[in-house]
Structure formats: C-alpha cells, structure tokens
Design a protein. Structure first.
Length: 412
C-alpha cells in the first residue's frame, strides 16, 4: 500500500511538472521586444484585404531540432499535426460532438488552413520540414532554438511562413508562442517534440496535437480565457469569464467564482489548459479576432500573398536534402543533374566505405561507386540519357537511403 501511494505521488509530481503553455512567462520576460497587438510593429500597408468567407491559407515550415534520435520525429508525425490543425481551425475535428449544447451555437469554423511550404526562401523546392541536429539537449523558453548561432535554426521569412520549432524543452513546458507584433526573427511557435502530432513520439494526455492548436492561437492574437489573472479578461466577448485555468478534463458545467451563468467555464476551448482530448472549439469572436490579423494593414496580411505552398513556384525538382537517419544528414545535388552528382555528409558521421548505386526507373543499374572521401564523392554521369534516376546509398547493416534525381539534357 505504501509503495502504491508513493508511486501515485510520484506520478502526480510528473504530471504537475508539465507546464501546458509558457507563453505568458515568455511575453513577461521579453516585454521590451513586444508591442501591443493593436499597434503591430510590422503592420502591412499594402496588399489586398481578406474576402468575407475566404479560407485563409497559412504556409508553415517545421524546424525539427534533435539531440538524439528520439527527438528527430518522423515526417509522418509532422503530417499528423498538420491534419489536426486543419481539422481544428475548420471545426472538422471529430470531437465537436463533445461541445456542450449551450456552447454549440457559438463554436466556430475559423476558415484558416495550414500547408507545408513547397518553396524555400531561396526559391528551391522544399518539403517544408527541416531536420537538424543540435548540440543542445534541452532548450529553455528563451528563443535559442530560433537561431542557428545558438544551436537552433534560423526563422524563414515570417511574412510568408509560420515558423514552428519542434524541440526538447526544459521542464516539460509543452510549448510557447509569440503574440503578433514581435520581432520577425522570433515570430512563430515552439512545441515540445513529444506532444506534436498524434502518432510516433507522443505522450498522453497531450497526444492529440492540441498544444500546437493552442500555441498557434496565440500567434493569431488569442489570449488565455482567464486573461492570465484571477477572473481576468481575454478581450473576447463570447468566451465566459473564468477564475483561472482548468486542467485535466472537468465535467460540464464547471463553475468558478466569476461564472456569469450556470454554464460556467468554457474548459473545452482550445485556449484553456485542459488535456488534448478535452478541447474541441474556438468561438465566433475568437474567429473574428484571428481573421482580423489578416486584414489589410494588420500584422498577418502578407500571408494572403504568400505563394510558397505552390510547388510550381519552386525552381528545380524536389531536392533530396534532409534525409536524416542515425544523425547522418546527407545532401545530394544538384538536382536536376547533368555532368556530376555530389554527395555530402553535413555532419561528422563517417560515410566512407558506403556504396552508391544509380538506377533508372526500369531498375537498370548504371553506376556503382564506393564513397572514398569523408565529405564528398563525385560520380561521372555525363553519358547517361535524360530522365529519372534513383540513387541508392548502401552501408553495412543499415537500411539503404534512396534519392530520386532527374538527369537533364546535356548542353554542350
Ligand atoms: Zn497559452
């Protein structure tokens, strides 16, 4: 009995340690660099206005920063998060049935969707997902993950891309976001790697991708329902006042000292602190607040003109960079190629001794070559006919890595 009791105490301690959202502390610590959302420092004065019922498209780039393989979450896990966002911000989430009847009429489809970027800041094709090794094993909520110079990865142009950094945060802070109007190189949200998405390395009760839904709510100008003060105000008319944050999953109705009616807290709102499985709605006025940021003259207006999710704007074929397994970061370029292909290991992991094979689409083998240089190996391929090829990198006792490449017509 004593052992069980101790175990329960330890378990509660572990849960108590998870900090649902670090945004208020982050803003407090960095107040000097943030201006009021009403007077954004980066307001747009040009560009078109939003259309009344327009579905607003927000291109995103995901910076996955990992110190060990566990933190190097899969592209599939990233995609599962995108799916959650596109459900929650369109009220297509399956758990809308759990919205209590009195709140159903004010639950909103925000008509905002998110797409992985297809064009990088240099105009090249991208998957929108960056995997990058870092020497930092735990990040504080101090923005170091947002700069390559401090072990992170630099933001892409925050007028065109929503930057999402996924990393290991100290003290089990699940995430933090910036409010609109901050510096461009810090703009975006940061999410703990094991609460991002719904598959792969996710940990209950934060395994339904709602941390990102919540933090992006901050990026779109929303505050916590209780205004981060006892019975405080979030500036949104149709979210009822509540005394403080909720956690776990209360049963409806949950009343507090400042409830204005018998319906009590809107603990199922994405901007409360409840478990992922407990949240399921934004309100109509939260929708109006978020969409107002995209209006002409406001801080997110430039996103209406962002075309970086359209792959037809990318130069060249898909670049097979960022294929990372076991801390090996490989670049294979150029793509398309004509006279040579270069293979580079971006880390200090040894690639010497591995074998490169080049096949065409029928499986015909054209080139076999051993890599004999720590960093780079060049394959002479000038004689090959134009078309699609597969480059296979093989090492002993490991899964081969395959890259799709395009051979251009030679222009001599
Ligand atoms: Zn928050």
């Amino acid at each position: 009995m004593k052992i069980v009791f101790t175990f329960i105490i330890c378990l509660s301690f572990v849960y108590a340690k998870a900090q649902r959202c670090g945004t208020p502390e982050y803003i407090k610590q960095n107040i000097s660099i943030f201006t009021s959302p009403a007077t954004p420092a980066t307001a747009e004065t040009e560009g078109r206005d939003t259309l009344p019922n327009e579905v607003i498209v927000v291109p995103v780039v995901i910076h996955v920063l990992y110190h060990n393989n566990n933190e190097n979450i899969s592209d599939q896990q990233v995609l599962s998060q995108l799916k959650v966002l596109n459900n929650d911000y369109r009220r297509l989430n399956a758990d809308t049935v759990n919205t209590p009847a009195p709140f159903k009429s004010i639950a909103a489809d925000a008509r905002i969707v998110f797409c992985l970027a297809k064009v990088d800041p240099n105009g090249k094709y991208t998957t929108g997902i960056i995997h990058k090794y870092t020497n930092t094993d735990l990040f504080l909520s101090d923005d170091e993950m947002k700069f390559s110079s401090s072990g992170g990865d630099d933001a892409w142009d925050s007028k065109k891309y929503l930057n999402i950094w996924v990393c290991n945060l100290f003290g089990r802070t699940l995430g933090y976001g910036v409010m609109p109007g901050g510096p461009a190189d810090r703009d975006g949200v940061v999410i703990q790697y094991d609460v991002f998405g719904t598959t792969g390395n996710v940990t209950a009760p934060f395994n339904k991708g709602r941390t990102a839904t919540h933090e992006i709510g901050h990026w779109l100008g929303l505050r916590h329902l209780w205004g981060d003060a006892e019975c405080g105000d979030d500036g949104i008319a149709d979210t009822p006042p509540q005394q403080t944050n909720n956690s776990g999953c209360p049963s409806f109705p949950h009343l507090s000292n400042c409830s204005i009616n018998s319906y009590g807290d809107m603990f199922m709102n994405f901007m409360d602190f409840t478990d992922d499985g407990c949240m399921n709605m934004f309100t109509q006025d939260q929708k109006i607040e978020m969409r107002s940021l995209f209006a002409k003259g406001n801080v997110r207006n430039s996103f209406l003109n962002s075309t970086v999710c359209d792959s037809s704007n990318a130069q060249g074929a898909p670049l097979p960079t960022d294929t990372l397994t076991n801390n090996i970061s490989l670049s294979v370029y150029p793509n398309p190629f004509s006279t040579q292909i270069t293979i580079t290991s971006n880390t200090l992991v040894d690639i010497i001794g591995k074998t490169v094979k080049l096949y065409d689409v029928t499986g015909k083998l054209f080139v076999v070559q051993k890599i004999n240089s720590q960093k780079t190996s060049i394959i002479m391929v000038t004689h090959l006919p134009a078309g699609i090829y597969f480059l296979k990198l093989e090492g002993a006792n490991e899964t081969p890595k395959i890259f799709k490449l395009i051979k251009q017509e030679n222009s001599f």
